[in-house]
Design a protein around this ligand. Sequence first.
Ligand SMILES: Cc1cc2nc3c(=O)[nH]c(=O)nc-3n(C[C@H](O)[C@H](O)[C@H](O)COP(=O)(O)OP(=O)(O)OC[C@H]3O[C@@H](n4cnc5c(N)ncnc54)[C@H](O)[C@@H]3O)c2cc1C
Length: 338
Amino acid sequence: MYQSSRPLRGDSPVSIIGAGIAGAWQALLFAQAGHAVTLHERSSDAMLLATSHWAGGMLAPYCESEVAEPIISRLGLRALDLWRRELPDTPFNGSLVVAHARERADFERFARLTSGHRRLDARGLAELEPSLEGRFRDALFFADEGHVEPRRVLPKLHQRIIAAGGTIKFNSEPQPSEIEGLVIDCRGLSARDTEPELRGVKGELILIETCEVELARPVRLIHPRWPLYVIPREDHLFMLGATSIEAEDTGVSVRSALELLGAAYAVHPAFAEARIVEFGSGLRPAYPDNLPRISIAKDHIAVNGLYRHGFLIAPALAELTLSFVERGRIDNEVMQCA
Ligand SMILES: Cc1cc2nc3c(=O)[nH]c(=O)nc-3n(C[C@H](O)[C@H](O)[C@H](O)COP(=O)(O)OP(=O)(O)OC[C@H]3O[C@@H](n4cnc5c(N)ncnc54)[C@H](O)[C@@H]3O)c2cc1C
């Protein structure tokens, strides 16, 4: 980081476009810092047009370091502190990684490439997650990871923004060029008019419901193609996710459904009797390098490319943007100035 010679208008009103996870965190930190924040969102408060609506909500910087660049771990670790600070009821129950015998080599590879875990034997796993007794020979336990339920946490963040003095306008769809003053553009994939490099990476998911299995934390199953996981939700719901496909349609293929349901069945056969509640998919906004970017051009700041880490890194990106606006601090790894 270095100090820019020309801090931007720290006391100005701020318009934020897009109330997904990126925009919500920007709005919260700017409102708390005393800025006059208006957050515009084209959806209703159900947020059905946001990728964030479809996310798993895992806050898993250690697991993600298997495939993600170090910058994701840096932002993610900082963001865990911000989640704890702003929403202290966020569950930090850790996460588990398990594998069946035929994926043993990949399991060991995952253990080598990641940190922040300890190995549990079958007994240790059963003590932590009684439903998984007898299911796996061992597991990796990432004790410091958390998870949120996107469809519950977005409304909570929106409430916090209002409590901090911000204004939220739902069903409001301005273009950044129409707004005077400082604009923070968090439109996700819709920002392609100004961010033409963005692409959508499809992630499919299934929601199921059963009282037969109880889990307190996400369970990842090592899989040759995708990190597949089962995330417990409230009311006996479980989210099965997520594929990662270079396509921008929003359907769910039979093949993906089979793999997701197969993963759940592999974690626990009782999932076979679960009720399917929903199939869905979201498009992750990604730049060609799959890394997040804060692009700064005069009064327009774009925060985008959160790819598969939006929930994990959004708080840290908001902190960096605020620090730029108030003190002119530039983070060379994430920020690009025109
Ligand atoms: C299946 C799946 C699972 C995932 N799991 C995880 C996970 O476990 N952990 C994790 O960290 N990440 C996960 N992700 C990634 C995460 O969902 C994304 O990184 C994140 O949602 C991107 O957030 P965003 O705010 O940039 O975009 P969005 O959530 O798409 O928000 C952009 C918002 O801008 C609004 N908008 C657009 N144009 C306008 C306009 N002109 N005016 C007003 N509003 C506008 C849109 O309606 C939208 O609400 C997952 C993604 C998918 C698809």
